[in-house]
Ligand binder design. Sequence first.
Ligand SMILES: [Zn+2]
Length: 369
Amino acid sequence: MHFMPFKPIGAVALAAALVLADATFEADELVAPGAWKPREGPEGWNIVETDRLHVQSQISQAKTNRLVEHVEAMVGLYASVLPARHAPRNLVVKLFEDQTSFENYGRRVPGVLAYADLSVPEIVAYDGGRLLAQRDIPARIRFAPRASVVLMPDERAAIETLFEDITDAYVHDLADSLGHEVWHLYFNAVSNGRPIPLWLDEGLADVFAPARPLGSDAPAPLDAEQLNVHRLRDVRRAVIERDTIALRALIYFDARDFARDPQLAYAMSWAFTHFLVHHEEPRRRAIVPAILKGLIDGIDPETATREVFADADIDFELLEREWKVWVRTRPLHDPLEELAERFGDRLAPEDLAAPEHWIEMYAWYVSRR
Ligand SMILES: [Zn+2]
């Protein structure tokens, strides 16, 4: 699943969401799961079919076309990372126009932007207002109605600009969510449904999620080395606060372990996976491909993980120190941090109206000034 950061929710709710096949919901009966026959979709839906995709969309044709092109490129990227003898076809993607329609169809888990339901199989997502770096919703952070801060007009203007930048930095891009979920569907298809360690599944999905075309000549190859800034902000904070999970434990986490602090587990899974797959030492870079090969060959996730790390002769204490330095030294500009640095002496968290996680992050930045 693609989570935006939020307060940890109950283990039961998350575990239910992760046990995909067992979930039962009050479904929107007009929107049938899986692929539809042409012209069989409900009113207001378009169907776009390509060699690899079957996309059902409730959002505008122009946006849908841009997303289809992007998802096609993502499947191409996955095929180059993990070649399959039989390339997956007809991957089903359902795009709802808003969160309410999305929730009426399927999952009602706080913070979930999109999910891959492997029992259908299909990807389900909604338009949250940002798509391939274009945003069509207003700033989601503003002065609280009762804000009592005294500012000069130019300071107020600078803060309003930062509100726009923060919204761009914090609202998740639908292209990221789809790229993430397509990884789950792709691996499931090429491995014939074999299990994969959770940290690696979510980590790879988040490593690839921000991939974007290099250059404008279509079809341009994708740059898959972009940092996932959403995860980086969270993991950097956890490392600074010495509030991380031991890597040697994380690699054996199951859904229930993830549910204890999903925000941290996702962020760490991204950071550890990115650190390994783009490591300068070939031996470290070889770890993830070796685990994937073991899984495709039918080895269970725990054994594949244990054997590959043992073969690589990993000293976890050393690795963990190195990894923390890596996290702390990634370049990261967070406009919310800039807001705290420039105005945190006068602008209290209570003076702001924004999603809870943003306010909480702002309060943390202010506390570190
Ligand atoms: Zn996921």
